[in-house]
Write a protein that binds this ligand. Structure first.
Ligand code: UD1
Ligand code: UDP
Length: 384
């Protein structure tokens, strides 16, 4: 119908900075690169220089532009400043018909603001997640609220997220319920079955731990470590696999607490494939991550959420996730309860039930909605 080199192809720029954005945007880039009407460019800000790279290899997508912004121990103002200038300059050069970014990091806020500044439509993926508390998660709640009010297309992963957007006055026709592209990515990785390669003895029961949130740095992280230590001391057969985030506010604290303990395996962040294997095999997950709550729910691995409040209430309602904050008593009590329930306490009850975060086809939906909005409707408007 039209040439893949033809002038009517729409120029779509996906902006990605951190590990979760790489994972959740990869299925969209793959879907858009199959579309003859679209020219999809991937801009990597490298907010996460090390953590995101291997994900591009796994999904076979490679950035067209690398902005190389990461600095060790980057402060929010410095990171925000460098990101906004770099993304803005790039978008001016790329002249996109639409800019896409996923989630709530500083890269996403910069992409939304820079799109606004050059007058390009901004499409927000995973739109509408809210805790309704600007301090938790920090600064992500502020980033996603701002992104919603700068976006003209909103891809909401769940009905809860769509309802949040409607309550904030976003026009219903601008909101599209798609499911979460993280579930697409999870299926992609799970089908490839990567070996774990590090950590627990084969067959050992283990707890998988991840911590990185800024509001958990300092005293909360020390309390989380105390809870992990109590679980360790109470269950002499139990092992721990902790891929330690490279943030200088995380790594020295965790290594200082646990280095040398034989049953606690402190490892570098795992590549996504092995991490999915670890989530599948873990008896329990302890995590303050957003994406891990969704993935654990999909895999039916019980997850204790190291946060006081979650924007993924669907995970809590499903029974897979429990909020424990950074209270050592709650971590020990709820962790022990999950372990006492048996190797897979929640999984049998949930098998076969609908999963709240998506069906693995979110990226295809997004591509088809963009086709309609950017190609079909705009061609109709200009009478072509
Ligand atoms: C960032 C996001 C957070 C998201 C998380 C996903 C912001 C403010 N925070 O948090 O929303 O949930 O990513 O993981 O956008 N570092 C490395 N190599 C890397 C990545 C990080 O060394 O590949 C170290 C650097 O010292 C860096 C520090 O970690 O300065 C913090 O990185 P940053 O992106 O600012 O914050 P995160 O806590 O990773
Ligand atoms: N993840 C990974 N390796 C790890 C830890 C996490 O690949 O060692 C993946 C995880 O499966 C999820 C994503 O990283 O898809 C979550 O990233 P993170 O917790 O850093 O960010 P958040 O989701 O909280 O924004």
């Amino acid at each position: 119908m039209f040439s893949s080199e033809g002038p009517r192809r729409k120029n779509i720029v996906c902006v990605v900075g951190t590990r979760p954005e790489a994972i959740k945007t990869a299925p969209i880039v793959r879907a858009l690169r199959e579309q003859p009407w679209a020219r999809c460019r991937l801009v990597f800000t490298a907010q996460h220089r090390d953590l995101a790279g291997p994900i591009f290899d796994l999904f076979g997508i490679h950035p067209d532009v690398d902005l190389n912004v990461m600095r060790p121990g980057q402060s929010l103002p410095d990171l925000s400043n460098r990101l906004l200038v770099a993304v803005h300059e790039t978008l001016q050069r790329e002249r996109p018909d639409c800019v896409i970014a996923q989630g709530d990091t500083t890269t996403v806020l910069a992409a939304a603001l820079a799109s606004y500044m050059i007058g390009a439509p901004f499409a927000h993926v995973e739109a509408g997640l809210r805790t309704h508390r600007l301090d938790a998660p920090f600064p992500e709640e502020a980033n996603r609220v701002a992104a919603s009010h700068l976006a003209s297309i909103h891809f909401a992963p769940t009905p809860d997220a769509r309802d949040n957007l409607l309550r904030e006055g976003i026009a219903p026709e601008a909101i599209h319920l798609t499911g979460n592209t993280g579930i697409d990515a999870l299926h992609f990785a799970a089908e490839r079955e990567s070996p774990l390669g590090v950590g627990p003895r084969p067959g050992a029961r283990f707890v998988l731990v991840t911590v990185h949130r800024r509001e958990n740095l300092g005293e909360p992280l020390r309390r989380i470590c105390e809870g992990v230590r109590r679980l360790h001391d109470r269950h002499p057969d139990l092992e721990f696999l902790w891929p330690v985030h490279p943030n200088p506010g995380v790594e020295p604290v965790v290594r200082g607490e646990f280095e040398g303990l034989g049953r606690v395996h402190l490892v570098r962040p795992l590549e996504y494939g092995p991490f999915v294997t670890a989530m599948k095999r873990a008896a329990v997950i302890l995590s303050d991550s957003g994406g891990v709550q969704e993935e654990a729910t999909e895999l039916r691995t019980p997850v204790l959420v190291l946060r006081e409040i979650s924007e993924r209430e669907e995970a809590v309602r499903s029974g897979v996730a429990r909020l424990v904050g950074h209270d050592p008593d709650a971590i020990e009590r709820e962790g022990s309860r999950c372990l006492a329930d048996g190797p897979d306490p929640v999984r049998p009850a949930l098998l076969g039930s609908a999963t709240p975060f998506g069906d693995g086809r979110a990226a295809a939906r997004i591509a088809s909605i963009l086709h309609r909005k950017l190609h079909v409707e705009s061609e109709a408007t200009v009478g072509v």
